[in-house]
Write a protein that binds this ligand. Structure first.
Ligand SMILES: Nc1ncnc2c1ncn2[C@@H]1O[C@H](COP(=O)(O)OP(=O)(O)O)[C@@H](O)[C@H]1O
Ligand SMILES: [Mg+2]
Length: 252
């Protein structure tokens, strides 16, 4: 299997405080790696490092086999298109002063997609995130949380990235909507073969969507492996605590 994103021995400290230590993983093409841990365990720090929004103090990150932090200029711009973020709050991804259609077209312009294909591409993206085509005229403020998150996903996949980093991407949604959006992620993964680095404090969400899982406790990886193995027979007390406290996706 092709490794699309990997980290090796990544450490990040904030003025002496170690938020993430010796973190390593491999994310394979078309698969989902869940990163789970309580608030403050270093999940977003890891997400920001692999997006190259934050520089690690030690360790390496490879995107498509290339050292992400060694890239400059054009190769860096190309790499940035291959890995996209779906944040918890879609308002951070959408421009509130543009309609849904213009939010998407803005991406197409950046990708230098021929103008003649924009309408078809917009429709295709709305289909992929299970929204009807008339959403093209809607304004971000008119959307529900779930609809806005779907548009944020459409925006993130517009350039056909290899990897989506989803940082608490369903955490603000109602439980029932959460299940629907998770299914949309699974569907578009099947369709596009995109790999997901899915970050959540909620083990139920991680269990629902992940092939593999990495459990973080205060920046330390306490356990990792196939989700069914790790959650089926947790070896670490912290994982067992998370399991005992977990909710159920789709059940309020
Ligand atoms: N910019 C920062 N400066 C100082 N401390 C930070 C900063 N960002 C995060 N932290 C701390 O690092 C730890 C991990 O944070 P974060 O990666 O956001 O965890 P999570 O996403 O799992 O909640 C927390 O204790 C947090 O307070
Ligand atoms: Mg976080």
């Amino acid at each position: 299997m092709t490794v699309v994103l990997s980290a090796h021995g990544v450490r990040k400290t904030y003025s002496g405080f170690t938020a993430l230590d010796d973190c390593s993983f491999e994310l394979h093409a078309g698969r989902t790696l869940g990163v789970v841990g309580e608030s403050g365990s270093g999940k977003s720090t890891l997400g920001r490092i692999v997006m190259r929004l934050l520089q690690p103090d030690a360790g390496t990150v490879e995107l498509g086999g290339t050292d992400l932090f060694g890239l400059r200029a054009t190769p860096l711009r190309t790499a940035r298109r291959r890995i996209q973020l779906v944040p918890q709050d879609p308002r951070h991804a959408l421009n509130p002063a543009m309609t849904v259609g213009d939010n998407l077209r803005f991406q197409f312009a950046a990708q230098r997609l021929p103008r003649a294909t924009w309408t078809a591409r917009t429709n295709e993206l709305l289909d992929q995130v299970a929204l009807t085509r008339d959403y093209v005229h809607a304004w971000p403020y008119e959307l529900s949380g779930g609809q806005a998150q779907r548009i944020a996903i459409a925006r993130a996949i517009a350039g056909r990235p290899d990897v989506l980093v989803c940082d608490e991407a369903v955490s603000a949604l109602d439980k029932s909507v959460q299940a629907q959006v998770l299914n949309t992620f699974a569907d578009l993964q099947k369709e596009m073969g995109v790999a997901l680095l899915f970050i959540s404090h909620d083990l139920a969400v991680i269990d629902h969507i992940s092939d593999d899982v990495l459990v973080l406790n205060r920046g330390i990886t306490v356990e990792s492996g196939r989700t069914r193995d790790v959650l089926g027979d947790p070896q670490d007390a912290y994982t067992r605590e998370l399991l005992a406290a977990r909710s159920v996706v789709g059940v309020p």
